[in-house]
Design a protein around this ligand. Structure first.
Ligand code: NAI
Length: 303
């Protein structure tokens, strides 16, 4: 069928985001800010409340920037965005009226497959499904549905409202019109799409993770201190954060989870020295030094 790029995109009006955590809430916010009607789904009223709080504190910052000394205008801005947001604990019911479903739940293949299998029967035929997974193959998640042609990866970056990039992942089954619709949706959020095949880490993490591990190995060999490595990459390569600051920001548990997954079974990366798990990171994670979120990682954030 001759779906033009614009008709595919025009078809997306209602968006359901399943998972209202760090990433899901951010995606809900930017979609609602861009005029989409969005339903945020999570497992309980409590978790929906957390998602709403993430959105309102982020929107408050945006509103202050937009309307510096005008509190009424700030409130009107925030209210208008929230007018576009509904919440639900029933993913299937939300998917029944969605043109696009974006999944941002816990990073577990079986859990994601179970969710999408249920959504596949609940959602209309035209509805496009997308996963925000960082480390699982999109094709493995899509295999739980009968709509592989209407399934892709939509990989946002943290913090979603600030980060301009979205990686759009095409599996071997993703159709041209699905890819076009995901591309146009991304642009409508004022983000820049890049396209990548369904490979471990896509573009950004495939390059960043080996780089971060190499930084740890360099320090383990005693060649430089982590402070000097961070300073070197900031001033010498123009990176906004050094690799140790970045690992603390991402979370060392997340770095470990991704590394272990690839080393144990990532397509083309299994057993590769490039992604060999790091004893230093394992030790820190064991001691609950997970980075910024736990107050300590490679650096101490407690003071
Ligand atoms: P999070 O833990 O902050 O949020 C996950 C949310 O999903 C929670 O609110 C949880 O209650 C909810 N949830 C879990 N199972 C559910 C289910 N069956 N139905 C509905 N809701 C459910 O996690 P985060 O960091 O937002 O990550 C979500 C996804 O985004 C993961 O796949 C992760 O790999 C991916 N991602 C994470 C990034 C990050 O920097 N944290 C960056 C890019 C992608």
């Amino acid at each position: 069928a001759a779906f033009s790029t614009s008709s595919a995109a025009a078809a997306i009006k209602n968006v359901t985001v399943v998972g209202g955590g760090l990433m899901g809430a951010g995606i809900v916010q930017v979609a609602a800010q861009s005029g989409y009607k969005v339903t945020m789904v999570d497992v309980s009223p409590d978790s929906l409340d957390k998602g709403r709080k993430i959105i309102s504190s982020s929107l408050a910052r945006v509103a202050k920037k937009k309307h510096a000394d005008d509190q009424a205008a700030q409130k009107a801005f925030v209210d208008k965005v929230f007018d576009n947001i509904a919440t639900s604990t029933d993913a299937a019911a939300a998917a029944a009226s969605a043109d696009l479903v974006i999944e941002a739940i816990v990073e577990n293949l079986a859990t994601k497959q179970k969710l999408f299998a249920a959504l596949d029967t609940a959602a209309p035929a035209h509805t496009i499904f997308a996963s925000n997974t960082s480390s699982l193959p999109i094709g493995d998640i899509a295999s739980a549905t009968k709509r592989g042609d209407r399934f892709g990866g939509l990989h946002f970056f943290n913090p979603v409202p600030q980060m301009k990039l979205v990686e759009i992942i095409r599996t071997k089954d993703t159709s041209d019109s699905t890819f076009a619709a995901l591309t146009d949706f991304t642009k409508a959020l004022s983000k820049s799409p890049v396209s990548c095949k369904d490979t471990p880490g896509f573009i950004v993490n495939r390059l960043l993770v080996p780089y971060m591990l190499e930084a740890v190995r360099l320090v383990e060999r005693g060649e430089a201190t982590k402070e000097d490595v961070d300073l070197a990459m900031k001033l010498g390569a123009g990176y906004p954060m050094g690799p140790f600051e970045l690992m603390d920001y991402v979370g060392l548990d997340t770095v470990k989870f991704i590394t272990d997954g690839w080393y144990e079974g990532g397509v083309g990366l299994k057993g590769e020295k490039l992604v060999e798990p790091s004893e230093t990171i394992n030790e820190l994670v064991k001691n609950k030094a997970l980075g910024r979120k736990s107050g300590k990682g490679f650096y101490d954030y407690s003071k």
